[in-house]
Write a protein of this length. Structure first.
Length: 94
């Protein structure tokens, strides 16, 4: 689980840059800190949510760890992208 948390932090920074520049096309429109704080907050909540799902799938339902990680990552990824679209990178719609 520690390796999953470390990988999530590294990927989180990469996803922020990709979302900002490519997905939401906001390279210089808003201050970096104004967007990174909510992104970090949602990412932290998503990490806790994902690790909890991995633990639950593996320990309570007997799902193989790697399969649990895939399902948890997909579910959390959709949730986090929605949060980023609604709150973090919202300036494009206003």
């Amino acid at each position: 689980m520690i390796s999953s948390a470390i990988a999530s932090i590294i990927v989180g920074v990469m996803v922020f840059v990709i979302d900002k520049v490519w997905a939401f096309e906001e390279y210089l429109e808003r201050n970096f800190c104004d967007e990174f704080f909510p992104f970090f907050l949602f990412g932290t909540c998503g990490l806790i949510f994902r690790l909890g799902m991995i633990y639950g799938f593996t320990e309570f339902f007997g799902v193989y760890y790697i399969v649990s990680q895939v399902f948890a990552t997909l579910i959390a990824g959709v949730f986090l992208f929605g949060c980023d679209e609604i709150w973090t990178f919202r300036s494009k719609r206003r």
